[in-house]
Design a protein around this ligand. Structure first.
Ligand SMILES: Nc1ncnc2c1ncn2[C@@H]1O[C@H](COP(=O)(O)OP(=O)(O)OP(=O)(O)O)[C@@H](O)[C@H]1O
Length: 263
């Protein structure tokens, strides 16, 4: 799977420009502020893990990047171009961003192969033969080639989620957003999904993932970002954030996880 080639709708950023940049992004619902001046940079070929308590704003941040939510203030930039500016072609932006959510969002009435090839064929105009050949190659690499003709309800949760990730990368997005992709899985199925993400990292996919899997964040992330009530309280390498957190609230969060046996 070649993930570092620019997507069909993609443009490479200028040298040194991060793939994704958030500048003082603010987002609220009604009177409650959920993201408070979030500033963040995601360099090409790196993985950023968003960690933080439930409700700290991780999903909202990802939804703002994918333009599923409108920011109230600040700006989001993809390859240096502001995607939150007025009159931006939102569909064109979304074509360059792959997204996978917690619950498998495969189309139940389509086979695995059709799920994966739908966007390359319909949105990116890849001929059916080529789209299917590429999808079969991706499936084979995950040991799922024999499931190509199956419908999603015949797959385990872990298989469905792996297919959902394949579907998201089949269009060769510039950026992949993963929102708690293992949260709905039985523990024994988590590892196979994390292995796919690890493979994608090795191939250079730029990713932002919201996760409660701290061991995985520590292992796979280049940058860990601790969100606390909508504020990026701490940001650094896994060694910095997990090994030597500077903020008391980060220390408290990590201690609670340790006490719960989750770290
Ligand atoms: N559409 C919405 N309308 C109103 N409030 C919302 C909406 N979406 C999220 N919120 C609120 O925003 C806050 C942040 O939610 P968000 O889902 O971003 O947190 P999270 O860190 O992803 O949590 P979790 O780890 O549980 O997924 C929460 O208080 C939530 O209730």
């Amino acid at each position: 799977m070649t993930v570092d080639a620019p997507g069909p709708a993609g443009a490479e950023s200028a040298a040194g420009e991060p793939v994704l940049r958030l500048e003082e992004v603010r987002k609220g619902y009604g009177s409650s502020l959920v993201l408070r001046d979030v500033t963040l940079e995601v360099p090409v070929h790196t993985v950023t893990a968003l960690i933080g308590a439930s409700g700290s704003g991780k999903s909202t941040l990802l939804r703002c990047v994918n333009l599923l939510e409108e920011v109230d203030d600040g700006g989001i930039f993809l390859d240096g171009a502001e995607i939150t500016a007025p009159r931006v072609d939102q569909d064109a932006v979304r074509r360059r961003i792959g997204v996978v959510f917690q619950s498998y969002n495969l189309f139940p009435h389509m086979t695995v192969l059709d799920n994966i090839t739908l966007a390359p064929r319909r949105v990116h105009r890849v001929p059916r033969d080529r789209a299917e050949a590429e999808a079969l190659e991706l499936l084979a690499r995950l040991g799922l080639a024999d499931r190509a003709g199956a419908y999603p309800d015949r797959l385990s949760g872990g298989q469905q989620q792996r297919v959902a990730i394949l579907r998201a990368v089949a269009t060769r997005p510039r950026l992949l957003l993963l929102d708690e992709v293992t949260a709905a899985l039985d523990p024994e199925l988590v590892g196979e999904v994390l292995a796919v993400i690890r493979d994608l990292k090795e191939e250079g996919m730029t990713m932002v993932l919201a996760t409660h899997e701290m061991a995985f964040a520590r292992d796979v992330a280049d940058q860990v970002c601790f969100l606390d009530a909508g504020v990026v309280l701490e940001r650094g390498t896994p060694a910095e954030v997990f090994g030597a957190p500077r903020q008391q609230r980060t220390r408290d969060f990590l201690r609670r996880l340790t006490e719960a046996g989750r770290l």
